[in-house]
Design a protein. Structure first.
Length: 95
């Protein structure tokens, strides 16, 4: 009577809203990753009562954002360090 494996039905492609666990299955990531993406604001859940769901459209929006060219996705901080340590007129050490 050891391990009992649950047989889960595959997520139906006509479901509008998915649980975080179902969304993780669709994206083929872990449930913890889904919760982290929601906390970071990368995935926007829908709340119905106390239930948290993700729409298929939201998952598709997230994936499209991943596919976008890097230059458009996020602006990287400049690695140019010139001027980082230059003292301006307001600096207390500039005397």
């Amino acid at each position: 009577m050891g391990d009992v494996q649950r047989h889960r039905e595959p997520v139906s492609s006509d479901s509008l809203l998915l649980t975080p666990e179902e969304a993780a299955e669709v994206l083929r990531v872990g449930r913890t990753t889904i919760y982290a993406l929601m906390k970071a604001g990368d995935l926007r859940p829908v709340h119905i009562g106390r239930s948290c769901r993700l729409s298929r459209a939201e998952l598709e929006r997230y994936v499209r954002g991943l596919e976008a060219p890097r230059a458009r996705r996020r602006t990287r901080a400049s690695t140019d360090q010139r001027g980082l340590f230059e003292l301006g007129p307001e600096s207390p050490d500039a005397a």
